[in-house]
Design a protein around this ligand. Structure first.
Ligand code: COI
Length: 357
């Protein structure tokens, strides 16, 4: 149980100019306010507040800077045509973050309180939610350990904060198909490790392979399993799906893969359209062979930032394997349209995924 905590509000006196929609990109601009709450082992969570977006001081010895005690989430707020503001599955993000907190020996937080703070923050900075279709307000809840101490143990002090960024497409090419580099040299995560946790170190460890792939002209890396380097796991920013004949296949969650909320939404939507979906181990050899014999109809990645991102080519062992002649497939298009229609409140929400602010 958590004691009742009030959220205080201190509005900024110097609101910033808002960027034009064409300048948004992803994660470059930040709104006027942020949410913050502190935790220490004696008093638990306290001092929940909404304040102006600002840097905070941290000791150079802070746990997060040395031992990486950091978890975060990504979710979005959308402005519907009717002016209404919608959040997409916010409780799923907050509950996933709390599961991550347990795995990273960090304190769990009261979901209701954070949701209340999150909604108040979105409402306060509502003029930052871009109105253009495809654009949204990206929310980044984050928790870090901040003890000024170099001994290795879970921190006794944490900061939970939430910042917001108006965003357009994650990839500069928007919905244009991406080219993905299959990584054989490095691995992302092992079962029993922290691959299923949205923790900073997973992303740091992916950067070298990403950089190599990017220099060679590829958008992202496709990770294989750490033991045999045969089974497909996930893409750098997203989960991955393959339409193999008439079955939509995605790797199962087994501890090393992030359980994406867009992934789950895609599975549920596709099943509701009577499309056969299998969460099963899939080897890279099966995928490449299917791309050659024509049974791989299409492929796409899914994530909050990337939404639905069609894959036009896989590059593996010095060979390029085009998918659907390098074009976005019909299922990716349908899923993209339907998800966005739900997220912007334009269509029925049969799964009750959206929450009004
Ligand atoms: C998200 O999709 O929300 C993520 O956190 C992925 C990140 C690499 C942008």
């Amino acid at each position: 149980m958590w004691k009742d905590i009030d959220i205080s509000l201190e509005k900024t006196e110097t609101p910033k100019p808002k960027p034009a929609v064409e300048e948004l990109g992803f994660g470059r601009h930040f709104t006027d306010h942020m949410f913050r709450m502190d935790w220490n082992r004696e008093q638990g969570w306290q001092q929940a507040r909404i304040c102006s977006y600002q840097p905070f001081e941290m000791d150079p010895a802070a746990t997060v800077l040395h031992y990486g005690q950091a978890i975060f989430e990504g979710l979005k707020a959308y402005r519907g045509d009717n002016g209404q503001i919608y959040l997409f599955r916010p409780l799923d993000n907050l509950e996933r973050m709390n599961r991550g907190a347990v795995r990273m020996s960090m304190p769990r937080f009261p979901v209701d309180l954070i949701l209340q703070g999150l909604k108040a923050l979105v409402y306060l900075d509502r003029d930052w939610i871009p109105e253009a279709n495809g654009a949204s307000l990206y929310l980044r809840p984050t928790m870090i350990g901040v003890d000024p101490f170099l001994g290795l143990k879970p921190a006794d002090n944490y900061i939970f904060y939430l910042i917001m960024s108006p965003v357009g497409s994650y990839y500069a090419g928007g919905f244009s198909p991406t080219k993905i580099f299959v990584c054989r040299d490095y691995v992302r995560a092992v079962k029993g490790g922290v691959g299923e946790v949205k923790t900073a170190g997973n992303y740091a460890a992916s950067l070298l392979a990403y950089e190599m792939a990017n220099k060679a002209g590829y958008t992202q890396v496709l990770w294989l399993d750490a033991c045999e380097r045969r089974y497909v796991e996930e893409v750098g920013t997203s989960n991955i799906f393959f339409m193999l004949d008439d079955t939509l296949v995605t790797p199962p969650l087994g501890g090393s893969i992030l359980g994406g909320i867009t992934r789950d939404s895609v599975i549920k939507l596709a099943r509701s359209w009577d499309i056969k979906v299998e969460e099963r181990p899939v080897t890279i050899d099966e995928v490449l062979a299917a791309s050659q014999d024509g049974t791989l109809k299409e492929s796409f990645a899914t994530g909050t930032a990337a939404v639905i991102s069609p894959v036009g080519e896989l590059f593996c062992d010095d060979t390029g394997y085009p998918i659907n002649r390098g074009e976005a497939g019909p299922l990716a298009e349908r899923l993209f349209e339907e998800l966005q229609a739900i997220q912007y409140g334009r269509s029925e929400d049969p799964f009750k995924w959206t929450m009004r602010v």
